[in-house]
Design a protein around this ligand. Structure first.
Ligand SMILES: Nc1ncnc2c1ncn2[C@@H]1O[C@H](COP(=O)(O)OP(=O)(O)OP(=O)(O)O)[C@@H](O)[C@H]1O
Ligand SMILES: [Mg+2]
Length: 245
């Protein structure tokens, strides 16, 4: 689904990514982990077209998308949750989601849902997605009146609402309470069951290793380990990277 090949990116003297290469398999949950500043968000920014790579390539579904415009990459089916908030604070929660649904062509959902009334269908979809993230009761509230955790959930809902075939989540459960974390883990697993491909950045190890099929570990902009969660848990390099933080 996604192939990262020898990516490099520096900011002034800081080498954020150093010859970074890995693949993301279709229909799987892949976790991208690593200490603070190891280059995870930078990698997301390059894949989604917000930053240009110094060198290296990104292929999505076999297409070279390196340094293409963000809109173009989104249209190919890449949806993203940002580490920092990008909600429309003065719109109701529902409106934020409707905007996300409207971001691309209506055909996608018509086909996906087998419905032909776009207005109603979208409201149904919004309710369904809000329920997925445990926010069915706040749809009418203005986004700015939500708690930090609730805002994160709306953003997660928005990333899910955008028509996509590939979901990139940058720290979806940061600031979310333990009970909801369990709900989100369930929601992500259910998205996977529906055939979605997810790339997930997350610091919470029990959450991450609990849902990931495959794990890539970055340290100083390089891949230092990759494998299934049970292997990653025991990998000395990984333990060292985290303990040495
Ligand atoms: N726009 C920027 N300008 C300058 N330096 C940057 C910029 N973006 C990232 N960096 C630097 O690049 C390195 C990698 O940052 P990045 O945000 O990718 O890390 P991260 O793995 O996402 O960390 P965290 O887990 O804390 O979110 C860091 O040293 C960071 O300070
Ligand atoms: Mg980050």
């Amino acid at each position: 689904m996604l192939s990262i090949q020898n990516l490099r990116k520096s900011f002034g003297g800081v080498q954020a990514l150093e010859n970074c290469s890995f693949k993301v398999g279709e229909g799987k949950i892949t976790a991208l982990i690593g200490p603070n500043g190891s280059g995870k968000t930078t990698l997301f920014n390059i894949v989604s077209g917000l930053l240009k790579a110094d060198s290296g390539k990104v292929f999505f579904q076999g297409k070279n998308i390196t340094n293409k415009k963000p809109e173009r990459i989104a249209r190919l089916g890449v949806s993203r949750l940002f580490q920092q908030s990008r909600l429309f604070e003065n719109l109701a929660v529902e409106e934020n989601l409707l905007l996300a649904l409207n971001e691309d062509d209506e055909k996608f959902w018509k086909n996906a849902l087998g419905l032909n009334n776009p207005g109603k269908e979208k409201h149904v979809k919004v309710k369904e997605i809000l329920k997925t993230v445990g926010l069915e009761n706040v749809g009418k509230k203005l986004s700015r009146d939500l708690s930090f955790g609730q805002k994160r959930l709306v953003e997660l809902a928005r990333a899910i609402a955008k028509p996509h075939s590939f979901l990139m989540l940058d720290e979806p459960i940061a600031g979310i309470n333990p009970k909801l974390r369990v709900e989100i883990a369930k929601a992500l697993k259910s998205l996977k069951k529906q055939g979605q491909t997810i790339l997930l950045i997350e610091h919470d190890m029990s959450f991450t290793l609990g849902i990931a099929d495959f794990v890539i570990v970055l340290d100083d902009g390089r891949v230092i380990a990759e494998g299934v969660p049970s292997k990653i848990r025991k990998n000395p390099k990984v333990l060292e990277a985290y303990l040495g933080e």
